[in-house]
Every structure is written in C-alpha cells, then in structure tokens.
Design a protein around this ligand. Structure first.
Ligand code: HEC
Length: 102
C-alpha cells in the first residue's frame, strides 16, 4: 500500500511539473538561443537591437499561450529544430524581458 501511494504521489508531482513546465525554464539560455537563431532576422526587418518587434504598439502576442505558439511557429518556419526545453527557455526570456505576462 505504501508503494502505491508513493508512486501516485510521484506521478502527480511529475504531472504538475510538466503542466507548468514553461515556468521552470532558464532565461539565460533563452537569451543565448535568441541571439543565435532569432534576433538577426528581427533586426533585419525591424531595425534597432531587434527588441522593437516585441514592444511595438501593435505587437501581435497578447497571452503567454500565444507567445508559446508563436515561438513554436517561428521554430518550425526556420527549421531551427529547437527542443522543448529551448522553447520554454525562449518563452521565459521573452516574457521576462518584454511581454511580462503574469
Ligand atoms: C526569417 C526571419 C525570422 C526569424 C529567423 C525569426 N522570426 Fe520571429 N518574426 C519574424 C517576423 C517577420 C515577425 C512579424 C510577424 C508579424 O508581424 O505578423 C516575427 C514575429 C515574432 C514574434 C511576435 C512579435 C509580436 O508581434 O508580438 C515573436 C514572439 C517571434 N517572432 C519570436 C521568434 C523566435 C523565438 C525566433 C527564433 C526561434 C524567431 N522569432 C525567428 C521573422 C523571424
């Protein structure tokens, strides 16, 4: 009986972590990935240091879910082959620095 409740507990814990996984990423790594894979194109299109695309008045992203979807979309478009962790890291980096969704 003890074993059953322990594994149930661990399952619940893992489920909770993965459901909120994007909160556990590493924004420093997100910054690096962003510099390597994302920023040059944004600078080319929007000028400045590339941040304007995230802070312009008519920016498109309005929710953290939208941000996640956009990062996944850009990743597929440019075939950068990011893994789930790198996507999470990017979302956290962009959210902490620009979007500031709760
Ligand atoms: C080949 C060029 C290019 C690359 C590479 C690129 N993007 Fe973009 N990105 C764009 C363009 C153009 C837009 C604006 C689209 C629009 O306004 O409809 C955009 C928009 C976005 C937005 C939405 C900005 C808003 O309006 O709020 C996000 C977030 C974003 N990109 C993230 C990324 C991330 C993360 C990467 C790297 C994985 C990346 N992009 C790589 C061209 C690029």
């Amino acid at each position: 009986m003890r074993m059953v409740s322990a594994s149930t507990f661990i399952f619940a814990l893992l489920f909770t972590i993965s459901a909120h996984g994007f909160l556990l990423g590493d924004p420093d790594n997100g910054k690096l990935v962003h510099q390597e894979k994302c920023n040059a194109c944004h600078i080319g299109k929007f000028g400045g240091d590339g941040a304007k695309i995230y802070s312009r008045d008519d920016r498109r992203i309005q929710t953290v879910e939208g941000l996640m979807a956009q990062v996944e979309f850009c990743d597929r478009q440019i075939k950068s082959g990011l893994n789930g962790d790198e996507i999470n890291d990017l979302v956290i980096y962009l959210n902490e620095n620009y979007y500031k969704f709760e």
